[in-house]
Design a protein around this ligand. Structure first.
Ligand code: ADP
Ligand code: ADP
Length: 221
């Protein structure tokens, strides 16, 4: 990102002159108070909003190109699983939409479910799962297409502390298994940011400028 700015239609300056460079394979957390522009940065990266100024490049592509090539996946706090589909079918859906052949689809979906320890629950419906398990399904769904860039916006915000900690460790394991996967993570929990990240982007409340990038050289073992 260089000189990246976003002004919404109503005149709100959400981001101003953001300069950031993130290397492949990093795990970067974005922290800062509500309204500082964390979600806006993610929307620009995901190609869901247009930038107003500056430049943004992802893996040598524009965000839209990167999205088309399924290089980007998202996980949000309110896991949007389809309630009438089984766990497996929920994970299969995005692969199906991308036109992946059936056999390969099932293989990739089951691999992703195994990563989050939910393979044996593949036939369950979402309503029979706990909050933590639903979040695991969302993570599996995001990982199934083997994205190069995983965007997570407060994924564990709604979970109890024990579940949160377990999922933090699972996420670290998954990330460590794929050295080329970059994770960008929004959290209000500074501990979580320090625990998970190779670097932390600290954003100021107004007017949404990135004030510092802190390198976390030694996360907890
Ligand atoms: P955060 O994720 O850090 O809470 P956001 O990126 O959601 O921050 O919001 C940054 C600023 O942009 C806030 O002032 C917010 O009110 C404003 N904003 C976000 N989305 C829109 C939108 N669609 N239209 C107008 N203003 C918006
Ligand atoms: P408090 O002091 O309020 O109990 P902590 O700072 O101990 O809170 O914990 C904050 C968060 O960090 C919680 O999600 C907790 O589960 C997690 N946590 C605490 N210690 C560790 C640790 N050693 N490794 C991983 N997560 C931890």
């Amino acid at each position: 990102m260089s000189g990246l700015g976003k002004i919404y239609g109503n005149g709100t300056v959400a981001l101003q002159d953001v300069n950031l460079s993130i290397n492949e394979g990093e795990f970067i957390s974005f922290v800062g108070p509500s309204g500082c522009g964390k979600s806006t940065i993610f929307k620009l990266i995901a190609g869901l909003e247009e930038r107003s100024s500056g430049n943004l490049e992802i893996l040598g592509m524009t965000p839209k190109e990167a999205r088309k090539q399924s290089e980007i996946a998202f996980v949000f706090q309110d896991h949007t699983l389809l309630p009438w589909l089984s766990v497996l079918d929920n994970v299969l859906l995005p692969l199906e939409l991308r036109g992946m052949p059936k056999a390969r689809r099932v293989e990739e979906a089951e691999r992703a479910l195994a990563l989050v320890g939910l393979l044996e629950h593949r036939k369950s419906l979402p309503r029979h799962l706990s909050g933590g398990m639903k979040m695991r399904v969302s993570i599996a769904r995001a990982l199934a297409a083997r994205p190069k860039l995983l965007l997570m916006d407060e994924p564990f915000g709604a979970l109890d502390e024990i579940t949160r900690q377990t999922l933090q460790d699972e996420l670290l394991n998954i990330w460590q298994q794929d050295p080329s996967m970059t994770v960008l993570f929004v959290t209000h929990n500074t501990f979580e940011a320090v625990y998970l990240s190779t670097g932390i982007v600290v954003m100021t409340p107004r007017p949404g400028k990135v004030s510092a990038v802190v390198d976390v050289t030694a996360p907890f073992p």
